[in-house]
Design a protein around this ligand. Structure first.
Ligand SMILES: Nc1nc2c(ncn2[C@@H]2O[C@H](COP(=O)(O)OP(=O)(O)OP(=O)(O)O)[C@@H](O)[C@H]2O)c(=O)[nH]1
Ligand SMILES: [Mg+2]
Length: 445
């Protein structure tokens, strides 16, 4: 296990922690996810965090129970299973309140974390840039602060055994009440410092964006469920070499690359952090860089792994997260990825699959890995970007051929007729560039 700054918490020789997974199907929450599928996903998350999953158990309930989230009888079953499997960590699939976590730890005499805590641990492992690390550390401390007390109660009880420094996220020790107060104050101070640092980074990025905006180069953001193939698609479209792995949350820090679209149109394409069900939107929002890239984008490409059993649930989660982040007004093009795994499927079959999943039928099917469908995808992107541009009808003299070249690269030329000492051009331009053409315009609609 490693902390957010890459230091090892334990020597490598120490065996993996043994995790017991606990799920619940809550009737009142009406989650579209079958509880077993959600636990499968939790198991993948646990593996990514290098835990050994030694058992799983779930309960169907009308409502979450205030004390333990699950019912007291089920807690007893969990205790028995823990004994039997020798688990030393219990991972709940749902968000627990700090009080529920404390009650469960007291009852089960073992460390308890929830899905959010586990995801934070993975974030801490995968953040690479300075900003990414600051963001993760801030999110970790914000998660930890209300839970500090349980660390103390939990560890005090274990005094003499040296206490179990909790894995990843919860790696703080707090041996007593005084220490707890000190920890709390230190953490509050650290949170304030982290926020300051991040505000600085944001100011710098905003300056960069302002310059970028003035160039009128359109921005395309790749969004989607984790592991859908966003980074693979970015690499395939732009020749970037972003890490793409069969892991959840391989990408945390957005990468932006230039892409050359059909007609030699230049755009920027940004890879962003993946979404996942039951991830509090504040946590996605903690990735300000991702959020800002999405807010800034002219077009979102929603990448869906069409071969996943839960593709429909994935797509719904992404749509819901975009709504929660307040960016659902952006134009979206749905891209069904990994079609190489659908052996012998025709374009019609893929359209059918999309319709059955309740996805927009207006999709593009690709294999980012094999490079299939990328030409069509590029053409569709150009067509959608053109809709965001303003229509311009201009006469440009030959001396200003530089403007024609710019138009060709950043906009779309529909008609080009040579007349006298220049060219009469009709087409579309990004709104940011239109003013440069204003003095040559015949009419601008
Ligand atoms: N068969 C097949 N596998 C693919 C395709 N595209 C991506 N993959 C695989 O899917 C896995 C996830 O791909 P990534 O590109 O890392 O996915 P991502 O959406 O960036 O994931 P996160 O960054 O973790 O959110 C990798 O193992 C890829 O090799 C594809 O078109 N076909
Ligand atoms: Mg990625």
């Amino acid at each position: 296990m490693r902390t957010h700054d890459g230091k090892r918490l334990y020597p490598t020789a120490v065996p993996r922690r043994r995790a017991l997974l606990v799920g619940a199907e809550i009737a009142s929450m009406r989650s579209p996810w079958p509880v077993e599928d959600s636990l499968d996903e939790l198991a993948l998350l646990a593996q990514t965090a290098e835990l050994e999953v030694v058992g799983r158990i779930f309960q169907r309930l009308p409502e979450p129970q205030p004390k333990f989230f699950i019912g007291p009888g089920k807690v007893k079953e969990v205790a028995a299973l823990r004994e039997q499997t020798q688990a030393d960590l219990i991972v709940f699939d749902d968000e627990l309140s700090p009080a529920q976590t404390r009650n469960l730890e007291e009852e089960l005499q073992t460390q308890v974390i929830d899905r959010t805590g586990l995801i934070l641990d993975i974030f801490a492992r995968h953040a690479r840039t300075h900003e990414g690390r600051l963001q993760v550390e801030l999110a970790q401390y914000q998660y930890l602060l209300p839970r500090l007390r349980r660390q103390w109660t939990h560890l005090e009880r274990q005094a003499g055994t040296g206490g179990t420094a909790a894995g990843g996220v919860v790696g703080l020790r707090g041996p007593g009440e005084t220490q707890l107060e000190i920890d709390r104050r230190l953490i509050e101070r650290r949170i304030a410092w982290l926020k300051d640092q991040l505000a600085d980074v944001h100011r710098h990025r905003e300056l960069y964006r302002q310059r970028r905006r003035q160039t009128g180069i359109p921005v395309i953001a790749l969004v989607g469920y984790t592991n859908a193939g966003k980074s693979t698609l970015l690499n395939a479209m732009t020749g970037a070499d972003v890490l793409a792995e069969d892991k959840l949350f391989a990408t945390l820090d957005p990468t932006t690359r230039q892409v050359l679209l059909p007609g030699n149109i230049v755009a920027l394409m940004t890879d962003t952090v993946g979404f996942i069900q039951k991830l509090p939107p504040q946590l996605v929002a903690a990735f300000r860089a991702t959020l800002e890239e999405i807010e800034e984008a002219d077009l979102l490409l929603h990448v869906v792994d069409v071969t996943h059993r839960n593709a429909q649930e994935h797509a719904q989660t992404v749509e819901q997260t975009l709504r929660e982040l307040g960016v659902d007004h952006k134009p979206v093009l749905t891209v069904l990825n990994k079609i190489d795994l659908l052996e012998g499927a025709t374009a019609e079959d893929v359209g059918q699959i999309a319709a059955e999943m309740g996805l927009p039928t207006d999709i593009v099917a690709v294999s980012a890995q094999r490079g299939w469908g990328l030409q069509t995808l590029g053409e569709r992107i150009v067509a959608m970007l053109a809709q965001r541009m303003v229509r311009v009808d201009a006469y440009i003299p030959y001396q200003r051929n530089d403007l024609v070249a710019l138009w060709r690269q950043r906009g779309v030329i529909e008609v080009e007729e040579f007349e006298g000492d220049g060219a009469h051009i009709v087409g579309r331009l990004p709104p940011a560039l239109a003013p440069q053409f204003a003095r040559f315009a015949r009419s601008s609609l």
